[in-house]
Design a binder for this molecule. Sequence first.
Ligand code: XMP
Length: 534
Amino acid sequence: KILILDFGSQVTQLIARRVREAHVYSEVHPCDVTSEWVREYAKDGCLKGVILSGSHASVYEVDDRAPDAVFELGVPVLGICYGMQTMAQQLGGKVEGSHQREFGYAEVRARGHVDLLKDIADFTTAEGHGMLKVWMSHGDKVTELPPGFKLMASTPSCPIAGMADEARHFYGVQFHPEVTHTVQGQAMLNRFVLEICKARPDWVMRDHIEEAVQKIREQVGDEEVILGLSGGVDSSVAAALIHRAIGDQLTCVFVDHGLLRLNEGDMVMEMFEGKLHAKVIRVDASELFLGKLAGVNDPEAKRKIIGGEFVTVFKQEAAKLKAGGQGHKGATFLAQGTIYPDVIESGGAKSKKAVTIKSHHNVGGLPEQLGLKLLEPLRDLFKDEVRELGVALGLPPEMVYRHPFPGPGLGVRILGEVKKEYADLLRRADAIFIEELRNFRDEASGKTWYDLTSQAFTVFLPVKSVGVMGDGRTYDYVVALRAVQTSDFMTADWAELPYALLKKVSGRIINEVRGINRVTYDVSSKPPATIEWE
Ligand code: XMP
């Protein structure tokens, strides 16, 4: 295994992710573990190498250093950014503050004679120097190599951008190989963990399940856990994982606000109660929500009502479970499907420090209010890893690879006032759209249009337009189809769906959903439009 010591960089988990991508097992621990701890950790002989992460601080602002034992174990060590600086300082080199802060893209001259970088380069200069395209973010820099080290990489403003002591297998890089902007980053980390550390590439998602299950059992013991299940990917995977670990000690609370997609509530129950045999309390709160939304037109007001009611209902159920009774001790943990990007977003990635949950998380702030401890088994994983984990846990791929669905659900896809009649029409129209997106394949790629779009849905417009049907005139509602392609949901292009698909969807909606007589397609990009209509 590989030990990653975390000095508090925003991107430490990315290092862990890259090591996982090399199929090697790794653990992230805070940098202030003691030398005794490190020696104990390495005692069984499984430790193959150590990576020292970057930090958001300067070596002059903080006195974080690697435990000395790291350099005495006889295993390879790779220092990244701050990790390189502390390595240099601890082994007898010099680090100085720099007036020039280097931040962003840089081209680094690589000394290919060093084993870590041998034959790894993005391009070669006219003089025959191998060059690497990398991501830099630092102020301080190493100005004097420690004894035994040689130069491995440099830039004009950072003459010592990489250093190596090949005899002891100690390496330092000032840039960040773990971020994707460093083009050869994965190649370098593969070289380090697989060839230099000689770690075995035998780690797979199944192993992650075993570790995660073990950890959950240790953390929870014989106590009870509550989880808010929404049907979304993150809470579903968290539920499946925790259920695998502690079975009936977990109770899921599924608040159905009546603004879910067609049959969604039943599908969630069927999956978790029917197939996984998990305990799920379904709270049918649709009347409550619709009642509160009556007469409300403003999108933000609608969002606030839905979010607020959701928390109220969830809290009531959680309070009951916390109180225990009927053979139950009462729950002491609240589980959440927080994933690593949520942790970064909330600024919580400063690791060792306290973590706040992003405010728009469905049940944010609840653990404190309810006096429950927090259980977050997905905090170290990225979205695609969460999906892979879900599939490995036996969740159906259609569920795990679903498009995102906003917390307020159809509440923001019915323009203006939300009414049950509108929600029922919208659900049926939307189900047809999604069904056909899954049916139609793009010939060139062989993928379905559902998989070729990032998010697709139907929007209900509470206006009526005239139509003809048979011999009669109709005067019915309009829906808009929306399908976008995006990588980050911050910007998005409308998808160029095939006309044949649009034709099929529109024909089916108008014929099958009595009450809708006109279908339009939204051809607006974000910006200036947003993905949702409200
Ligand atoms: P917009 O409409 O802002 O949406 O382009 C970007 C992404 O965010 C989702 N979204 C929400 N998700 N609660 C959520 O959980 C919300 O209130 C909300 N509003 C928008 C939207 O579906 C899209 O994926």
